[in-house]
Design a protein around this ligand. Structure first.
Ligand SMILES: *Cc1c(COP(=O)(O)O)cnc(C)c1O
Length: 374
């Protein structure tokens, strides 16, 4: 039977419990047996709900959807090599966070939640605010005060209550958790339903690749919403006998905020507290990722690794992608820079590599102008 399970104690709770952490304060995962029928899936509309039987959402739930999903996967030249890129910046709120928000807000609505709170460095707040607007739920979003104005405008215009918190990303998380003592916490980090949405990223890659797994998938590594979701999705496909092996997952961090990279390469059993500095890649500037050790565990299981990229590499990759017609935000360019490094130093000649454009450039106009020197 599908259940919530505490990662620390193994305690379980019903799926429709209105809770975002366990009694002991631990992170929750979801135990669930998904079903795949590629022939049925192939006949369905190109949206996230084509994988309906893989999603732990009650059969009678009213789906919250903009009809989006199955983003294009196209070959892009990076570092002199053709890499398959998922165009997730094309989701309605402008980033892949729509995947998680669609499933999480559908679940919140289905269990009778009327209001949610959330905190984000920007895009998760945009996505949750958008799906709350669609679902008719009240929504309050906490963001760091220095979040891109484009993302602030988006959250406010969706009708969410916007709270700008001075100081670090961690201060913002603390403010949201205080609010979450009395209101449903639609956190993309804590709430395990978010990862049930981001796992569709893995399904789509395999479906678009003829139900075969690629060799390697290169992803941003901030809070891990995409890495963890991708791992869950690939692992489920493997368990169902649809793919033989889970692709190598490679996580990209900014050199100015790289706790996972440090933990990985020093083989630590915890996420270290490091000095960090502001980076162009604001979406992955997470100094203390709550699910950091889970990310490391999953990446290790795939035989993957973590890489860091420097600011000049991010800038160069951004300009290069824009000049190929892909108007992505700087955080997304950090992943491209990581792909480039991987291609230059790690990839085998015949390795099939997939990566992603995570967020839309129009969200970060001020930063984009600065990079142009204007
Ligand atoms: C959220 C986000 C990321 C990465 O975050 P994870 O939580 O590690 O998945 C990367 N790019 C953009 C544009 C984002 O919004």
């Amino acid at each position: 039977m599908a259940q919530l399970v505490c990662r620390d104690t193994g305690d379980t709770y019903p799926l429709d419990d209105v809770r975002w952490r366990s009694e002991s304060g631990g992170l929750l995962d979801i135990i669930f047996q998904p079903e795949f029928d590629p022939e049925v899936i192939a006949r369905r509309p190109a949206n996230l709900w084509r994988y309906r039987e893989t999603l732990p959402i009650a059969p009678d739930a009213k789906l919250v959807s903009f009809g989006s999903g199955l983003t294009p996967m196209v070959p892009v030249q990076i570092g002199g090599r053709s890499v398959q890129m998922k165009l997730d910046y094309l989701f309605p709120s402008g980033s892949y966070k729509d995947r998680g928000a669609a499933i999480l807000i559908t679940q919140a609505k289905a269990i009778g939640v009327k209001k949610v709170v959330q905190d984000s460095s920007g895009n998760a707040g945009c996505a949750v605010a958008a799906y709350c607007a669609k679902a008719g739920l009240d929504c309050e979003i906490f963001v760091p005060a220095d979040t891109s104005p484009g993302k602030l405008a988006q959250i406010a215009l969706y009708g969410a209550q916007l709270n700008k918190v001075p100081g670090s990303r961690e201060a913002t998380a603390q403010a949201a958790m205080t609010a979450a003592e009395t209101t449903f916490y639609a956190s993309h980090v804590w709430n395990p339903f978010f990862f049930q949405g981001t796992k569709t990223f893995a399904y789509e890659i395999c479906e678009q690749n003829g139900w075969q797994a690629p060799d390697t998938v290169i992803l941003p590594a901030g809070n891990g919403t995409l890495i963890l979701g991708a791992y869950i999705g690939f692992a489920e496909l493997q368990a169902a006998g649809i793919i033989q092996q889970i692709p190598k997952l490679v996580g990209i961090q900014s050199a100015l905020c790289a706790p996972l990279y440090e933990a990985w390469h020093q083989e630590l059993d915890h996420i270290p507290v490091l000095e960090t500095s502001p980076t162009l890649a604001e979406g992955i500037a997470i100094a203390l990722p709550q699910r950091g050790m889970q990310m490391i565990e999953y990446v290790r299981k795939t035989g993957g690794t973590f890489l860091v990229v420097a600011e000049p590499e991010i800038k160069e990759s951004l300009l290069e992608m824009c000049q190929q017609g892909f108007y992505i935000e700087p955080t997304s360019a950090a992943v491209v820079a990581g792909v480039r490094q991987y291609v230059d130093h790690h990839a085998a000649a015949d390795e099939q590599i997939v990566s992603v454009f995570t967020g839309h450039g129009l969200k970060s106009t001020e930063k984009m102008l600065k990079l142009l020197g204007q």
